[in-house]
Design a protein around this ligand. Structure first.
Ligand code: PGA
Length: 238
């Protein structure tokens, strides 16, 4: 089943989150969905977004690489599970770039996510500079190495998010995405249950062609997910 994940990043207050969830619930109504939806709100809005009927799941945007203890400001995988999360985004390019998270830290985070029985949404993607220098596939190969210790029989979501496409309006073409996806699927051919998402300037206008032609299983949506009507349109809901 295709998966559509709303990554709100550091946006939205609780009242807005509650209104969003109510509106999304109204749009879905009693309909049995043929897609899977997940929302990654800020931690402060997890409660406000939770759907008692389970029509969408919750996802964490980040997680600590430590289990528990004196790590002021961190949130553990077990705490995210306790707060009702099903997924956790790991290795988003903003975490890699702004907060300096490298493969070693991300491998530790993945292990924490698995120990808490959550499913990682592991992000990979080349920068503009790497792309210009012809290093796109080498970058994906290096970033995928972080998954080597992750048990191949467990469900895994990988989001291909070229950094040059994130928040820029400069969406990848379906061909770009298909090529990256093919490379990633080759690298991860031992995985029993792999879904590949695309992320980076996804909108209701470009989502259809991408879903049809890029060989992906859904999207990780940033900016456009802040509007319930755009997110619903991207996921093919009314
Ligand atoms: P964007 O962000 O949709 O705003 O480009 C995507 C992401 O960072 O996950």
């Amino acid at each position: 089943m295709n998966l559509f994940v709303a990554n709100w990043k550091m946006n939205m207050q609780r009242a807005g989150a509650r209104a969003y969830a109510e509106e999304l619930g109204r749009r879905i109504g009693e309909r049995a969905l043929s897609v899977e939806l997940s929302i990654a709100p800020p931690l402060t809005a997890l409660d406000a977004v939770r759907d008692p009927r389970g029509r969408w799941s919750l996802a964490g945007q980040n997680v600590s690489s430590e289990t528990e203890g004196a790590y002021t400001g961190e949130v553990s995988a077990r705490q995210l599970a306790d707060a009702g999360c099903r997924y956790v985004i790991v290795g988003h390019s903003e975490r890699r770039r702004i907060f300096g998270e490298d493969g070693k830290v991300l491998a530790a985070k993945l292990a924490q996510v698995r120990a808490a029985r959550l499913t990682p949404i592991y992000c990979v993607g080349e920068t503009q500079d790497e792309r210009t220098r012809g290093l796109s596939t080498a970058t994906l190969t290096r970033q995928a190495e972080t998954l080597h210790g992750d048990p191949p029989d467990l469900q895994l979501v990988v989001a291909y998010e070229p950094v040059w496409a994130i928040g820029t309006g400069n969406v990848a073409t379906p061909d770009d995405c298909a090529a990256a996806g093919q490379h990633l699927r080759g690298l991860l051919s031992n995985r029993r249950d792999l879904r590949l998402l695309y992320g980076g300037s996804v909108t209701p206008e470009n989502a259809g062609a991408m879903l049809k032609n890029a060989g992906i299983d859904g999207f990780l949506v940033g900016g456009a997910s802040l509007s319930v009507s755009s997110f619903a349109a991207i996921a093919g809901l009314p």
